[in-house]
Ligand binder design. Structure first.
Ligand code: UDP
Ligand code: MG
Length: 331
């Protein structure tokens, strides 16, 4: 642990928003109030901000955000050119914020994650942690479907070799140093929850309660959840490819045994017409082959996207205002 005492940080809250018009005003108010309190308690420095990232919303989110930002200088709005997804939106916010902030906390726009946990995040930061992970206490506020899919998801992820942290969903503090390190990772298939733990750094875990969504509905459709799950596995681990290899070895041994058995039968002259066996064997082999091709294809698709080196997000507009000329002087 570093012995040098840290300075009170300029904190940026990075808040991704996709069609969140029902909730952004409330969110801005609650978060703004929290920032004021933290500043009064000398836990964060002047110049701390809330940075909303509009992830190509199709509703009135962007207009509302601009209205809010016009009233409060502490609010900054990064607007992406389209809908790049939660992970890219967070990355865009963090990469923009790191130019001004000492520490960044990413938090959802729906106020589900307990904002009071910020004090704990900050005290871990002051003790020298570069990354602090928010981990949810339980899942009583989720529906049965979300609960089941989430549990199955983490089980599968660990089985397939992903480094993801159970029940940690991007409510996380990162110091400027950690963000600078993250900026060196150029991968297109971004899975922050798995990637960040592999970076190292002194880190800590903070537990928080999850509430019901403040307003609106979940923006994670089933297909978005599925994509995230696939990304989580294929961008973090090649274990599925190894499993295919293992399966191949098994099928090879199995076919050798079958060859010997049928040859012996043939020599003995008692090879009965085996329609069912033939059918089953060819169906199994066909199924496994197609599944394997699919998995390999998934990785090739990933390689294909990586080789293009496309930008992971494009910022359309940015609203950011200097608080005042003395910003940060009290640090
Ligand atoms: N989000 C985003 N882009 C998307 C989908 C979601 O920026 O394509 C944001 C969304 O506005 C919210 C956060 O990601 O702030 C988490 O989404 P949501 O609350 O809908 O997910 P859940 O909590 O149901 O997993
Ligand atoms: Mg949510």
């Amino acid at each position: 642990m570093t012995e040098t005492k840290r300075q009170i940080p300029i904190l940026y809250l990075v808040v991704p928003c996709y069609n969140e018009e029902e909730v952004v005003e409330k969110t801005a108010a609650v978060m703004g109030e929290k920032l004021t309190r933290l500043e009064q308690e000398k836990k964060i420095a002047k110049g701390s901000k809330i940075m909303f990232v509009n992830d190509g919303s199709k509703d009135g989110t962007l207009r509302l955000l601009h209205e809010i930002a016009a009233k409060d200088k502490r609010i900054s709005v990064v607007s992406l050119a389209g809908n790049y997804g939660h992970q890219s939106a967070i990355l865009a916010g963090m990469m923009t914020a790191r130019e001004h902030a000492d520490a960044v906390v990413t938090i959802d726009a729906d106020l589900q994650q307990d904002i009071e946990a910020l004090d704990l995040f900050l005290s871990s930061y002051m003790e020298g942690c570069e990354v602090v992970y928010g981990v949810r206490n339980d899942r009583h506020s989720d529906g049965i479907f979300k609960k089941l899919t989430a549990t199955a998801y983490y089980k599968l992820m660990h089985m397939l070799g992903s480094t993801v942290m159970t029940n940690h969903a991007d409510y996380r503090l990162m110091s400027k140093k950690a963000l600078d390190a993250l900026s060196e990772y150029q991968e297109t298939n971004l899975f922050l929850r798995g990637l960040i733990p592999t970076m190292g750094f002194i880190s800590d875990v903070v537990y928080f309660d999850v509430k019901a969504r403040e307003a609106g509905h979940s923006k994670y459709t089933l297909s978005k959840m599925f994509t995230l799950a696939m990304d989580g596995i294929t961008s973090m681990s090649v274990r599925p490819l190894r499993l295919i290899g293992g399966l191949g070895v098994f099928m090879f041994l199995f076919s050798m045994v079958m060859c010997v058995i049928s040859l012996v039968d043939w020599v003995r002259g008692n090879n009965v017409p085996g329609y069912t066996t033939t059918l089953i064997v060819s169906l199994i082999i066909g199924g496994i082959t197609l599944l394997s091709l699919g998995i390999i294809g998934e990785y090739i698709g990933k390689i294909y996207m990586e080789t293009k080196h496309r930008p992971r997000y494009i910022i359309d507009t940015l609203v950011w205002r200097k608080e005042d000329e003395n910003a940060g002087e009290e640090r």
